[in-house]
Design a protein around this ligand. Structure first.
Ligand code: TYD
Length: 138
């Protein structure tokens, strides 16, 4: 069963014009990028995500503002505050994730190693725990 999450730091190229971060598949990001989407204008008090996938690899980068991300591997939970554009959170496989506490100016970019496919979503926490328990005994 694939399950992994970790914070990743990207080099920031800064000069007197400002800053730039570059993300390249298999160079400073450990997977292929087939899709990018972004979340913005999130209304106050809203939670997003609240699902898991079985094998999808994603990297979440908050390029503006801030947002918190709860990750749950079926055994324990962690919460990350992302508030700098040169940091990301990699999430792979069977990890429940919830995005919350978005600042008004939050822009969250998500890089994914596969195309959108709503059939790969595990949309309830109960279903996620069932998958986790099946994986434990597989
Ligand atoms: P949703 O899965 O609810 O977003 P979140 O995980 O942030 O809660 O997606 C919202 C809508 O966008 C839904 O109609 C599906 C669509 N969507 C795509 O078409 N492609 C994508 O890559 C994603 C992530 C969502």
């Amino acid at each position: 069963m694939i399950q992994h999450y970790s914070q990743i730091n990207f080099d920031e190229f800064g000069d007197d014009r400002g800053s730039l971060v570059s993300v390249e598949a298999f160079k400073n990001l450990p997977f292929e990028i087939k899709r990018m989407y972004y979340i913005y204008k999130t209304k106050s008090g809203i939670k997003r995500g609240c699902h898991s996938h079985k094998t999808l690899k994603q990297c979440l980068i908050v390029v503006s503002g801030s947002c918190s991300i709860l990750v749950d591997d079926g055994k324990a939970q962690d919460t990350f505050l992302l508030n700098t554009p040169n940091q990301g959170l990699i999430i792979e496989g069977l990890i429940w994730r919830e995005l919350f506490d978005f600042s008004d100016d939050a822009v969250v970019i998500v890089l994914a190693n596969d195309y959108y496919e709503n059939t790969t979503y595990i949309g309830t926490y109960e279903e996620f725990l069932d998958e986790f328990n099946q994986g434990q005994f597989a």
